[in-house]
Design a protein around this ligand. Structure first.
Ligand SMILES: NC(=O)c1ccc[n+]([C@@H]2O[C@H](COP(=O)([O-])OP(=O)(O)OC[C@H]3O[C@@H](n4cnc5c(N)ncnc54)[C@H](OP(=O)(O)O)[C@@H]3O)[C@@H](O)[C@H]2O)c1
Length: 288
């Protein structure tokens, strides 16, 4: 299959490029190669390339910036998805769009399945959900894949890092580190998402999917595991979300159940702790 990866130099795009290259003919597209909010550009790029599959990791996802620039967020997350959906339908390629656990408000306090009602709370979350809706309504061969708390060996370009790189940095720079105990999710490495996406796109089970590691954890417990595994000596303390100003509303419980992947027998996601330790061994030389 000819597979185009939008955002191929990003955090998720880098792992998608590596995993898909082992099996398929991959064309990586950076922001210099395509502008998803420009329909003419999207038509031109894919009209010439004729891919079988397009994986889109592009998003406006610096969450505070989306609040101050809602028009830009809508243009990329909403209109960008609509453009890809329309061109997918015209040219017949399969389309994978990544979305977010932030489509939920967190009040369920039990893992969310794909059929649960959404209640996005911020400009970022609303525009990502809008993108999901455009894709489901304008595209036939789609996979909308919701992920959560992602981390990879390449820092997120929009945010300049990820939770693990931030913890390592803070442990070096600060006398102590405080992390919230009352925000629960399932952080997931981009490499695992890339591997499970590969199996998914080889199917024709077009749908919305949750794709996160198994289990759930607070950011504090996740940080504790990072500190212990990397033997970081800086004191790490529990904090509450109430200790920090809430810049943008977000769900404090956003665990996703991979119900649709399980239904089609394609859930390959490991437990968050196993995945984290593997990541720390491969990228930070952890010796556990
Ligand atoms: N980070 C998280 O914890 C998290 C959680 C849930 C969901 N997600 C979703 O996961 C996806 C991937 O995140 P990531 O961390 O891999 O992102 P990333 O590192 O910021 O990579 C995004 C890539 O898309 C490119 N891009 C941005 N706007 C574009 C546009 N208008 N047209 C074409 N390309 C564009 C970026 O290029 P430039 O940088 O050069 O602009 C970059 O190469 C996003 O959809 C995000 O919403 C992330």
């Amino acid at each position: 299959m000819k597979v185009a990866i939008i955002g191929s130099n990003g955090q998720l795009g880098t792992d998608l490029s590596e995993i898909f290259s082992a099996k398929h003919d991959v064309v990586g597209l950076t922001h210099a190669d395509i502008e998803i909010s420009d329909i003419d550009n999207v038509k031109k790029v894919f009209g010439e390339m004729k891919p079988d599959v397009v994986l889109c990791t592009a998003a406006a996802h610096n969450v505070p910036k989306c609040e101050s620039e809602p028009d830009v967020a809508f243009k990329i997350n909403g209109i960008g998805s609509l453009n890809l959906a329309k061109v997918s339908t015209d040219l017949g390629f399969k389309l994978v769009q990544y979305s977010t656990d932030y489509v939920f408000d967190g009040r369920k306090m039990k893992p969310y399945v794909e059929t649960d009602a959404v209640f996005p709370q911020s400009v970022y979350a609303v525009t990502k959900y809008c993108g999901e809706q455009f894709i489901q309504n304008y595209c036939t061969k789609f996979f909308v894949v919701r992920v959560s708390g992602i981390y990879g060996k390449i820092p997120c370009r929009a945010k300049g890092g990820n939770f693990i790189s931030t913890m390592v940095k803070l442990s070096k720079e600060k006398p102590e580190v405080r992390v919230v105990k009352d925000e629960i999710l399932t952080p997931t490495p981009t490499r695992e998402i890339a591997k499970n996406t590969l199996s998914l796109v080889e199917s024709e089970a077009y749908d919305v999917y949750h794709m996160t590691c198994e289990g759930e954890v607070s950011w504090y417990e996740f940080a504790r595991t990072i500190f212990d595994t990397l033997k970081l000596q800086t004191p790490l303390y529990e904090a509450s979300v109430k200790d920090f100003p809430l810049v943008v509303k977000r769900p404090f419980y956003s665990v996703l159940e991979n119900a649709n992947l399980k239904k089609i027998g394609l859930n390959q996601m490991p437990h968050w702790k196993e995945a984290l330790i593997t990541f720390l061994k491969e990228n930070y030389g952890a010796t556990v």
